[in-house]
Ligand binder design. Structure first.
Ligand SMILES: Cc1cc2nc3c(=O)[nH]c(=O)nc-3n(C[C@H](O)[C@H](O)[C@H](O)COP(=O)(O)OP(=O)(O)OC[C@H]3O[C@@H](n4cnc5c(N)ncnc54)[C@H](O)[C@@H]3O)c2cc1C
Length: 393
């Protein structure tokens, strides 16, 4: 690898790097991936696996998610390795009359935008799961939502990319990058120097460090989240459930909950896996790069889950983990070529939506590299929105 020249280098072997590698290799591009640890060793193995439109703002945000949902549906047929894909839809549940009114408005806005959303009443919830608390008012459903095993999808995309000719270098850390007078890039790694025509920064929460190497400011911060894994006992539910307050927590609004629940941004997220274990989340905090499990937060998540599913109180938790979402101020990713450094691309900052948006991100980067029409508008995800102060609302 030392002193070798490459056409396109992707830095980062998470789900975003995987999707870019797959779509670019499929389009015939010459791809080399550099990953400092193992594939999917970052946030992409410390998360849930939901591919959602239910929690997306109607408009650009939800349209981008729908494009990605369609692409993942196709990936399920295209890729060799299966990744536990299912698309049973998902639901949000409400615990007050006020939330039901807000849910109705959310459904109206989504339906106006052409999405498949419907309201659910108490009876619908009872039919959904006998484990739900009796006092829940109802909720809403998005029928297109799907779920995957996130690290299996990551491995699956890299596996197919490699078969299509992509070269994947694990345990290869990029330590510095320099732009050369001939417009190529020179990259210093623990395996020596290499050169490349184009460089794609798919480093999630570490993307700002790669940006600094080329004097590009990338405004991404790690936002911690915890997940509890409960063991397979009885099928508590067959699809993804979130409390309506999750939307408020995600977008930074005020909720009527205990101060601690609010402080750690705890809101119920319930996800059955293919093996019928279930994942219970989650929390949202800015505490730097610390991925240690905070047992007080884990207890709060369990308490919140029992509020919505009282009968799971006796079930066993088999593991708890925490991951760091790559957060941006307007909750949209950064996917673009950097104007000031031609040939340098960013694909990072997907916060809690990187699994949902990996496919559309990979496709878009391939289209940008090949100067093709893009599958989504590019302006809302351009880095320059932060410099111009025109953030998506
Ligand atoms: C608790 C939790 C729940 C979540 N649930 C969902 C969900 O249900 N649905 C959803 O859509 N999203 C979810 N997410 C968000 C999702 O996990 C992330 O958005 C996504 O994994 C980000 O992927 P990535 O490839 O950008 O980053 P990563 O997976 O972190 O990959 C970046 C890679 O870059 C490598 N790297 C960094 N620096 C260098 C370097 N200098 N040289 C070489 N390699 C380098 C790292 O080792 C890492 O492997 C959740 C996140 C959390 C924390």
């Amino acid at each position: 690898m030392k002193n070798s020249h490459h056409d396109i280098v992707i830095i980062g072997g998470g789900i975003i790097g995987g999707a870019i590698a797959y779509y670019c290799a499929k389009a015939g591009l010459d791809i080399t991936v550099l990953e400092k640890n193992e594939l999917a060793s970052g946030t992409s193995s410390r998360c849930d696996g939901n591919i959602l439109a239910i929690d997306k703002d109607p408009g650009f945000d939800s349209q981008m998610s729908l494009v990605s949902q369609r692409l993942v549906h196709e990936l399920n047929r295209e890729l060799d390795m299966s990744f536990e894909y299912r698309n049973p839809g998902s639901i949000l549940v409400c615990e007050s009359e006020l939330e039901m009114e807000a849910a109705q408005q959310w459904v109206n806005r989504q339906q106006e935008a052409g999405l498949d959303f419907t309201m659910l009443d108490r009876e619908d919830l009872r039919n959904e799961s006998k484990y739900f608390a009796d006092d829940l008012y109802g909720g809403l459903e998005c029928k297109t939502d799907s779920t995957v095993n996130p690290y299996m999808l990551t491995f699956s995309m890299f596996h197919s990319a490699e078969k299509l000719g992509a070269k994947i270098k694990k345990h290869t850390e990029v330590k510095n990058i320099k732009k050369q007078p001939d417009d190529t890039f020179s990259l210093e790694t623990n395996e020596g120097w290499i050169t490349a025509n184009k460089v794609i920064n798919a480093c999630g929460i570490w993307a700002p460090f790669i940006g600094q190497m080329l004097s590009v400011d990338i405004p991404i911060k790690p936002r911690k989240g915890h997940i509890l894994v409960a063991s397979r006992q009885e099928p508590v539910g067959l699809r993804k459930v979130m409390e309506f307050g999750y939307l408020i927590s995600k977008f930074g609004g005020e909720r009527k909950v205990d101060a601690d629940i609010e402080k750690y941004g705890v809101a119920l997220v319930f996800e059955p896996t293919e093996a019928q274990n279930f994942l219970i989340g989650s929390s949202r905090e800015f505490v730097g790069f610390d991925t240690k499990v905070n047992h007080d937060v884990a207890k709060m998540i369990a308490r919140r889950a029992v509020r919505f599913y009282p009968k799971i109180a006796d079930m066993s938790i088999i593991r708890t983990y925490a991951g760091l979402r790559p957060w941006t101020e307007d909750h949209l990713p950064i996917i673009c070529e950097v104007e000031e450094v031609p040939g340098f691309y960013i694909a990072a900052g997907h916060e809690g939506d990187g699994i949902s948006l990996a496919a559309v991100t990979g496709k878009l980067i391939q289209e940008l590299l090949q100067h093709k029409d893009s599958c989504i508008p590019t302006e809302p995800v351009h880095l320059s929105r932060f410099q111009k102060g025109v953030l998506h609302e």
